[in-house]
Design a protein around this ligand. Structure first.
Ligand SMILES: [Zn+2]
Length: 97
């Protein structure tokens, strides 16, 4: 199931089930949006957002701040940012800041 057609100017957002709720992962806005009500969301930088990012495997680039989803199978490997080429942060995101 690959549907990369843009929806209102942006790519379709990946969805994840976390804590019994389904969320769109909005990497651009850095938000988890509830699929049932996208106006309701959890900010990546909130305490709950940190938990969700950890569960979802979302890490931030040390160089440009771009957020990416790292599959479990690739965790701990040296991945580079698609935007700036720097290494991606792979520490526990909840211990950041
Ligand atoms: Zn980067």
């Amino acid at each position: 199931m690959t549907n990369a057609r843009p929806i209102q100017g942006r790519s379709a957002l990946p969805t994840i089930l976390l804590g019994g709720k389904a969320y769109f992962i909005d990497l651009e806005a850095r938000l988890f949006r509830e699929t049932m009500d996208p106006g309701r969301y959890v900010d990546f930088d909130s305490a709950r957002g940190s938990e969700l990012r950890e569960q979802a495997g979302i890490v931030a680039c040390l160089g440009c701040g771009t957020s990416v989803i790292v599959p479990v199978s690739l965790r701990g490997t040296q991945l580079r940012c698609v935007r700036c080429g720097m290494f991606l942060e792979q520490r526990d995101p909840s211990r950041r800041r």
